[in-house]
Design a protein around this ligand. Structure first.
Ligand code: GLN
Length: 494
C-alpha cells in the first residue's frame, strides 16, 4: 500500500471504509508530515491534539455505521476561518491571541461531515497579497524549488499556507478564500488544484472579512474530484449570511463525467497580455488542443473591459477593507496597546497591529471612500465592475466556459516583486476579472516551466455552474497527466 499521505481524499475514504487503516492512523501520518515539514511555515497554529480526538470520534462513527461524507479526512484550515476555541489570526498581529467562541459556517459544515482539523494555515495578512510575505507570522515557503537551485520560492497568496500544505502532502485538502485570486494563484504556484465557487455558494459567516462583496471560500486538493468532494460539504445556504444564496447544492461529483463533447470553450483574446512568458502561452495553447481533442469546440471571445479589472479591483477591495478593518480598535479582539488614554489606545493598537500592506490598503480605501472622491473612484469603480460582469455574461451567450492561464508567471522567489506593490498586484491579472463578476473559477496544474516549476490553467464558468467548471477541469487534469512532485516531498520520501 502507498504511504497514507500519498492518498487522495477519494481513495482514503475507500480505505477507511474497507478498514485498511483507521482515521487515527491517517491523522497521525499527516501530523508526522506536518512536523517533518515545519520549515515550510505553512501553519500558524498546529492542532494535532484536536486532530487525534476528532479522528478517534470518526473511527467510532464509522464503526457504528454513521460516517459522514468526509469522515476521518485530515484537512488544514486557512487561518481566516474562525474556529471555536482555536486562535484565529488572519495572519495579523492585531488578532494575535484572538480565540473565537464560535465556528465559521464553512468549518462547521466540514466538521459535521466528519473532517479532521490538523491546524490553521498561514496567509497574507487579512488575505491581502499574492506571495504570503505579508503575514505577521513569517513567510510560507513553497515546497517546489527551481531545478538545481535551492532558492526559497513563494507559494503564492494569500492562501499560501493551505496550498503549500496540500502540495507538501501535509494534509489531504484545505480551505482557502479567494477575493481576487487567493485560491487559484497559489494553487497554480504549488502545482495543485483549487476552486473558487460562485460568490454566494459558501457562507462567509465566521470568516474574517477582507472585501465582503468579493470574498468567497473555496477548496484546495490534489485532484479535481477531491475538490468536488470538499466543495459539496462546504456549500449551501446559510441564513446567517445574507449574501449566501438560497440555491440547492448540486452533486458536484456527478459532474465529473469526462464528457465535454459539444461544449463550447471561449478563449478570451484580451488575456493574451503583453509580456506573457512564451511557456505560458504554449501551455494555454496545449490546453486548447486538449479540450478540442476531447470533443469541445473552442472559439475566441472578447472581454473588452479586462484591461480595467485590476484598477477596479484595487479601488473596490481596499475601500471595503478599510471599512471592514475599522472594527479592530483594541477593544474587542486580539492585540491591545497599553495606553491610559482611549484615543491613544485606539491609534497605537492599530499602528502596532497592522502591517505595511494592510495600512496601505486602509489608506487607499479610506481615500477612495472620502466624500470628495467617492464618486470619482468608488462609484466609478462600481460602474466599471458592472461592465466587466456584462462582458462575461455576453461571452457566456456564445460559450459554456472559458479557458485561460491562471497566473502570468510561475512561483517567484521570496523577496521578489516586494519593491513595487503594482508589480505584485499584476499577479492577479487573470484571476481578478472573474472575482469582480462573482464567477466560479478553478486552477488545474497543467505543466511545468523550463525550471521545473508548475503552471496552472484556469477554467471560468457561468454563475452557479461549478459543474461545468469541474467537468472541464477534470478533462484538463486527465489530459495534462501532471505527475510532478515537489522537491521537498521527494526528499521526505527518499
Ligand atoms: N492578491 C489579491 C490581493 O492582494 C487577492 C487576494 C485575495 O484573493 N484574498 O488583494
Amino acid at each position: 500500500m502507498s504511504k497514507l499521505t500519498d492518498l487522495t481524499i477519494a481513495s482514503a475514504l475507500t480505505g477507511l471504509e474497507n478498514k485498511d487503516f483507521t482515521a487515527v492512523e491517517l491523522a497521525q501520518a499527516h501530523i508526522d508530515a506536518m512536523a517533518e515539514q515545519s520549515n515550510l511555515n505553512a501553519f500558524i497554529t498546529e492542532t494535532p491534539d484536536i486532530a487525534l480526538k476528532q479522528a478517534e470520534a470518526s473511527d467510532k462513527r464509522r464503526a457504528s455505521g454513521d460516517a459522514g461524507a468526509l469522515d476521518g479526512i485530515p484537512l488544514a484550515i486557512k487561518d481566516l476561518f474562525c474556529t471555536n476555541g482555536v486562535q484565529t489570526t488572519a495572519g495579523s498581529h492585531i488578532l494575535e491571541g484572538f480565540i473565537p467562541q464560535y465556528e465559521s459556517t464553512v468549518t462547521q459544515k466540514l466538521f459535521d461531515d466528519g473532517a479532521v482539523m490538523l491546524g490553521k494555515t498561514n496567509l497574507d495578512e487579512f488575505a491581502m497579497g499574492s506571495s504570503n510575505t505579508t503575514s505577521y507570522y513569517g513567510n510560507v515557503i513553497n515546497p517546489w524549488k527551481r531545478d538545481g537551485d535551492d532558492t526559497d520560492l513563494t507559494p503564492g497568496g494569500s492562501s499560501g499556507g493551505s496550498a503549500a500544505a496540500v502540495a507538501a502532502k501535509i494534509c489531504m485538502g484545505a480551505t482557502g478564500t479567494d477575493t481576487g485570486g487567493s485560491i487559484r494563484q497559489p494553487a497554480s504556484f504549488c502545482g495543485i488544484t483549487g476552486i473558487k465557487p460562485t460568490y454566494g455558494r459558501c457562507s462567509r459567516w465566521g470568516t474574517v472579512a477582507f472585501a465582503s462583496s468579493l470574498d468567497q471560500a473555496g477548496t484546495f486538493a490534489r485532484t479535481v474530484e477531491d475538490n468536488a468532494l470538499l466543495l459539496r460539504s462546504m456549500s449551501g445556504h446559510d441564513p446567517k449570511d445574507s449574501t449566501s444564496a438560497n440555491k440547492d447544492v448540486p452533486d458536484f461529483l456527478a459532474a465529473l463525467t469526462g464528457d465535454i463533447k459539444g461544449k463550447v470553450i471561449g478563449i478570451p483574446k484580451e488575456y493574451r497580455v503583453d509580456g506573457m512568458p512564451e511557456e505560458i502561452s504554449a501551455l494555454w495553447q496545449r490546453g486548447i488542443k486538449w479540450l478540442e481533442s476531447a470533443g469541445a469546440t473552442t472559439i475566441e471571445v472578447s472581454l473588452p473591459h479586462t484591461h480595467y479589472a485590476l484598477a477596479t479591483y484595487y479601488v473596490i477591495a481596499p475601500a471595503e477593507a478599510s471599512s471592514n478593518l475599522a472594527r479592530y480598535d483594541g477593544v474587542r479582539f486580539g492585540h491591545r496597546a497599553k495606553e491610559d488614554d482611549l484615543t491613544d489606545m485606539y491609534e497605537i493598537t492599530r499602528a502596532e497591529g497592522f502591517g505595511d500592506e494592510v495600512k496601505r490598503r486602509i489608506m487607499i480605501g479610506t481615500y477612495a471612500l472620502s466624500s470628495g472622491y467617492y464618486d470619482a473612484y468608488y462609484i466609478k469603480a462600481q460602474k466599471v465592475r458592472r461592465l466587466i460582469s456584462q462582458d462575461f455574461l455576453s461571452a457566456f451567450e456564445k460559450c459554456d466556459a472559458l479557458l485561460t492561464p491562471t497566473a502570468p508567471s510561475a512561483a517567484f522567489a521570496i523577496g521578489e516583486n516586494e519593491d513595487d506593490p503594482i508589480k505584485m498586484y499584476l499577479n492577479d491579472v487573470f484571476t481578478v476579472p472573474a472575482s469582480l463578476a462573482g464567477l466560479p473559477g478553478i486552477s488545474i496544474p497543467a505543466g511545468v516551466d523550463s525550471q521545473g516549476l508548475p503552471l496552472g490553467l484556469q477554467v471560468i464558468g457561468r454563475p452557479w455552474d461549478e459543474e461545468t467548471v469541474l467537468k472541464v477541469a477534470g478533462v484538463v487534469e486527465n489530459l495534462a497527466q501532471f505527475t510532478y512532485v515537489p522537491q521537498t516531498v521527494k526528499k521526505a520520501a527518499a
